[in-house]
Write a protein that binds this ligand. Structure first.
Ligand SMILES: [Zn+2]
Length: 394
């Protein structure tokens, strides 16, 4: 990202507010102009990233997406318009960016990102942003970025909350240090299933754009050694500290094993490290939950969520263990506490509980453990099942 020619008069005028900004200035603006950033996903998270990086004068912005604009995207994907419905998202994004800043070059990559295409496309860029919000892409990007030593800004969103962080290979932890095993995409509800506040990806994607600009200009400290949780309902931003895991299969001290747990197309699969089948996370619905005798219920929501809306009485013994605070010993402790009873993990919409169930399942393979289940759709789905009448009249 070495700077080349000085800024011309037009650029000096356009970026005047950056030139007087401590930490950016002319050096930072030239670094932005000379940078090449790849944005994976031109959806809710990608929209503010493409917008603000174009406005900031990032020289080359690559956009990866194989999808077309749909009407239901317009609630949050603000770079697309009604006129663009049916058009390739990469084309719609490129038109938006070039209208905003004709000095920016947009590279359209209308492909689905998998391990093969990632290793072809990523080396052309200096920084990678995950705006896809799907699990398999996040793992593909994490592994490829660590292998290629490219900084990766990642984020995910659900309903009213989001999380983000930055992987700086060789310096800080990677995404697999936090979540070693991919889930199959079907195990996690996406925006279509769980819903999402339209402005939420705007907030979280903008935070991704901020990190990209910090990486390129060197301003401030990159959001590296942790996961930042944003909760729109409580207006909170919380940092969970995260350290590199020496056992990590991608960035740890042992042999590097890329794309583990992902099939050839880069999708999550249930094939474990040894190639042996590991069990699927079993999802149960509200009726199946009610039919269980005396389950051991693990509520993995944050304490503030639990306080606002506790698990209903009569489900069995309930313990609260927010997934964000799980340590390597938590799974074993919970399995011991279950004393052979069926274990049901629960969260708001079924995403975190599926992850928690996967951790417990991996742990229980080493012992003849209890049955492990995740409540599909979370408490939201249970509520719908339990109170159909009041919902109809309400
Ligand atoms: Zn790692």
């Amino acid at each position: 990202m070495a700077s080349s020619r000085p800024l011309d008069p037009g650029e000096r005028l356009r970026y005047a507010r950056h030139l007087t900004l401590p930490g950016v200035g002319e050096t930072g603006q030239r670094a932005l102009r000379d940078a090449r950033v790849l944005v994976v996903g031109a959806g809710g998270l990608g929209a503010p990233v493409v917008s603000y990086l174009s406005a900031a004068g990032v020289g080359v912005i690559g956009v990866v997406d194989d999808d077309v604009v749909e009407r239901s995207n317009l609630q949050r994907q603000v770079i697309h318009t009604e006129a663009g419905v049916g058009e390739a998202k990469v084309s719609s994004a490129a038109r938006f960016a070039s209208q905003l800043n004709s000095g920016v070059t947009i590279m359209e990559h209308r492909v689905r990102l998998d391990a093969r295409t990632a290793l072809e496309i990523l080396p052309e860029y200096d920084v990678v942003v995950d705006g896809s919000d799907n699990f398999s892409t996040r793992y593909v990007l994490n592994d490829a970025c660590v292998a290629l030593r490219l900084p990766l800004v990642w984020a995910s969103i659900s309903q009213f909350s989001g999380q983000f962080g930055v992987v700086v290979p060789g310096v800080g932890p990677c995404y697999r240090c936090l979540f070693p095993h991919p889930l199959a995409d079907g195990e996690v509800p996406d925006c279509a299933v769980g819903g999402v506040l339209g402005v939420l990806p705007g907030v979280v994607g903008t935070m991704e754009a901020v990190e990209v600009i910090k990486i390129i200009t060197g301003a401030g400290e990159v959001a590296r050694d942790g996961v930042w949780l944003y909760d729109a309902l409580s207006t909170s931003l919380t940092r969970l500290p995260l350290a590199r895991d020496a056992q990590c299969v991608v960035c740890g001290d042992g042999d590097q094993r890329l794309f583990e747990g992902l099939d050839e197309a880069g999708r999550g699969s249930d094939v474990g490290a040894s190639g042996a089948e590991v069990g699927e996370v079993c999802e149960i619905d509200a009726a199946e939950l009610a039919a269980l005798g005396d389950p051991f219920v693990v509520d993995v929501r944050e304490q503030t969520e639990v306080d606002a809306s506790p698990v209903p009485a009569g489900w069995g013994e309930v313990v609260v263990r927010p997934l964000s605070a799980w340590e390597s010993s938590t799974g074993r402790e919970l399995l011991t506490a279950a004393q052979g009873r069926d274990v049901v993990t629960v969260c708001a919409a079924g995403s975190r509980s599926a992850r928690a169930a996967r951790v417990l399942l991996d742990e229980s393979r080493e012992q003849t453990g209890p049955r492990i289940m995740s409540l599909a759709g979370g408490l939201a789905a249970w509520q719908e099942h339990a109170e159909p009448t009041s919902r109809e009249v309400g």
